[in-house]
Design a protein around this ligand. Sequence first.
Ligand code: CA
Length: 367
Amino acid sequence: MKITRIEAFQVAWNPNDRPQQRSAFVLVHTDDGITGMGEASPMQGGRASLGMIRYDIAPLLIGQDPLDHAVLLDQAMHTLVKLGPEGALTGALAALDIALWDIKGKRTGLPIYKLIGGAWKTAIPFYASIGGNGERSVDQVCKVVEQRMKDQPAAVKIRFDNPRTALDADIPGDIAKARAVRKLVGDGFPLAFDANNGYSIAGAMRVGRALEELGYWWFEEPVQHYHVKATGELAQRLDITVSAGEQTYTLSALADLIDSGVRMVQPDIVKMGGITGLLRCAALAHALGAELVPHQTQPTIGHVANLHVKASLLQSVKPAEWNDPSTRTHAVFENPPVPVNGLFKLSNEPGLGLRFNEAELAKRRVD
Ligand code: CA
């Protein structure tokens, strides 16, 4: 089997989506008629990753055997390392890795979770990941959480997407929102707080102490992601679990994060390594005694790829992230992922198990 053609394009879910709001998909075609689908990190619409795929990586892969995916993508990573190795390059390689695993599944007739060693469970609980709370009032935050509780999440994470250049902008307001959400959902319900890199160390200590009193489950990315030691310091000083890693792009960087003291790490399947990379992260985290709870906010290909890996993880206690409950992506798939009674079920279909509606995809495709 040989790779014959690679397509890299954006998908506009709504006609007036700005280019930065679109998803970044790849299709890898083979000479025996199998096509694999993948997705890159959607930062700025994934255009940097799509460009690298088209101009730099695809020429390295055409004519190669897709089942050699780990060798091929490690070769590409090291050939193009000066384009990265963080961010757009690893997002591009992640998309291709997912597509090549999809091909492997379709070639063997097996779902990906079987090929990576089996699932502990194929019905996976999720947590509702809710962004944009920095700008909302306390009441607005509660309204959005109330709405998302209808999907029966196993937990809720509230995210504060404040500008990264203005730290500690509204600590009392942030704590008030955390307190109101706790009151809304009741004492026993699992909650997480995502600072999106919004605090200084002192600010994060103050918020972290409040979250401990409110019984939050974890405190995500309290300080700038590049301040690895500071993140580790907070993880060691606070009792609440401090998490980070969605902006970690290499296995070595993940090792540094764990070494700093962070005990819950969140690498993202569409940002670094794809399925192969996330499995390597899982092995590393397990060896070093850290908990791996993958970050993943894309509602279709990225989400399903993440579920295949998540299902296979030893000691995976926390639910999978689910960011986008809207139906805007559904028309493009014959079988879009939708939770039933609070669970996403992995199918027995080969590969990822997702099937495109080709006509609807064609309508939304932007090359
Ligand atoms: Ca986050």
